[in-house]
Ligand binder design. Structure first.
Ligand code: ADP
Ligand code: MG
Ligand code: MG
Length: 251
């Protein structure tokens, strides 16, 4: 098993209110899982807690990666182990150019296994694949990028860095149909290259373009239902009330 989330309870460090209320989730090597859940149910919190964002605190439960607990590891140590997340709202990083970010992160993860020339060629190839001009490499990360360009930039970073586990936090939100297709194609390539994926989404729409092994319906801080792709379409039709009792619990 690549990732095991066990009875995970977590909250914001500064606050009392529990956001994750006992999340259980297992992702095997090479598997693609989708998590669907309503706004405010704690999906981004789950992604952040797996990544080790210090704003959040684990109250109980565990997160294992490749069989070992990662709770005591810092975010950069988790990244070094091969975990990566993309942001629902990608940050602007003024002063850091996209190619600097990519090259430094790549060397940190994979060392000197490729020459600068090879990496430069790969970056340009990926920009071309997602339909961004090569000049984007010289721009500060996300600064002045449109919503779609940011999401393309996020998925491009993942392709380049080749994580073992990639968590996508609403990569599909706000994308027009052409951009969605491009991002989905990149997800399929990541999967083909062996990356495991956790796709957090509101909509079944993106699942039209990719194969998923499992779909989890996530409501009020925990995984309430697990099924195959058909479950995603059912949720889209019925709403999250499909989960017994949660229509009340959520109002
Ligand atoms: P989702 O991604 O499913 O929309 P979130 O994880 O963003 O849900 O949020 C879950 C709950 O926790 C919400 O009530 C949200 O307001 C609160 N929350 C999460 N992160 C923060 C934060 N950094 N500051 C304040 N509230 C937060
Ligand atoms: Mg949200
Ligand atoms: Mg969110």
């Amino acid at each position: 098993m690549l990732l095991q989330v066990k009875d995970l309870v977590a909250k914001l460090r500064e606050e009392e209110k529990i956001i994750l209320k006992g999340v259980n989730l297992e992702i095997g090597r090479g598997e693609v899982h989708a998590i669907m859940g309503p706004n405010g149910s704690g999906k981004s919190t789950l992604a952040n807690v797996i990544m080790g964002n210090p704003k959040y605190e684990v109250v109980s439960g565990d997160i294992l990666f490749e069989g070992e607990s990662i709770l005591d590891l810092r975010t950069d140590e988790r990244a070094q182990k091969g975990i990566m997340m993309t942001f629902q709202n990608p940050y602007e990083i003024e002063g850091v150019k996209l190619d600097q970010l990519l090259l430094i992160a790549y060397r940190k993860l994979h060392g000197e296994d490729k020459t600068f020339f090879q990496l430069d060629k790969e970056m340009k190839g990926l920009l071309n694949e997602v339909g961004l001009p090569t000049e984007f490499l010289e721009r500060f990360v996300n600064l002045g990028f449109s919503g779609g360009e940011r999401k393309k930039g996020e998925i491009l970073q993942a392709r380049f860095l080749k994580p073992k586990l990639l968590i996508l936090d609403e990569i599909d939100s706000g994308l027009d149909v052409d951009a969605l297709r491009i991002v989905a194609e990149q997800i399929n390539k990541l999967r083909a290259e062996g990356t495991s994926l956790l796709i957090i989404t509101h909509y079944a729409r993106i699942l039209n373009y990719i194969d998923v092994d499992k779909v989890h319906v996530y409501v009020d801080g925990k995984v309430a239902l697990t099924g195959d792709k058909s479950l995603a379409y059912e949720v889209e039709k019925t709403g999250y009330a499909i989960v017994n009792g949660t229509a009340d619990a959520n109002s």
